[in-house]
Design a protein. Sequence first.
Length: 274
Amino acid sequence: MRLIIHENYDDASRWAAFYIADKINAYRKINSKPFVLGLPTGSSPVGIYRELIKMHRAGQLSFAHVHSYNMDEYVGLPASHPQSYHYFMAENLFSHVDIDPAHAHVLDGMTKDPVKECQNYEDAIAREGGIELFLGGMGSDGHIAFNEPGSSLQSRTRVKTLTEETKIANARFFEGDPEKVPATALTVGVGTVMDAREVMIIVNGKNKARALQAVVEEGLNHTWTLSCLQMHSRAIIVCDEDAAEDLRVKTVRYFKDIEKDTIKTYRERVKNGA
């Protein structure tokens, strides 16, 4: 696992966006098939999406050959609902870049057969040959997508009942009322994410510090779902200083030392206006 610590959220987001864009561009040069990209919603990736849009508008990045698969969707919210993840992705990324809408996949929260919808999603990813890079965020309790504490680390796309803590955390998007947050969601599983050839997680803020410490420094444990990354051969966590504040000094020094050239290259790239 790589841990790349930036001074702030903006730098972490910009570095992650550079990384994704470089992967897409390099892949396109040697492959005729689509680059399959896994994507999250929530506040954490918004800065990354903003930077990707900037690069697209500058002619540095195209999504014409990208097929995307989002992590989750609320059950019972139509795509037109302002709090649906279909709507979120359109507002924050899809409507601003040249991705083919037919290739931007989001689970259907209005399906009449949620179990079949989830299996179809897994089947579609398999037909693509798997996900090349899965971008994700992390909840303050260490969860990824809607795989909350206690989720199987081998889980697949499925229907998930949301905990009261998650509903309270998401209430800010539903007029502050947890009762207005849908009780269930469709979500990719931990195993679905782990099958990706590469996984990158963006983590920011002091409220994520305890979870990040557990994920990085403690053992594999489904109580901290994202600790699954310890078993992935190509996992990257990109975080800011606030999120890293509960890590041991020795841990921070170690990762800053082995990634010092990474940070140096990033700063030079920003300075040169790349």
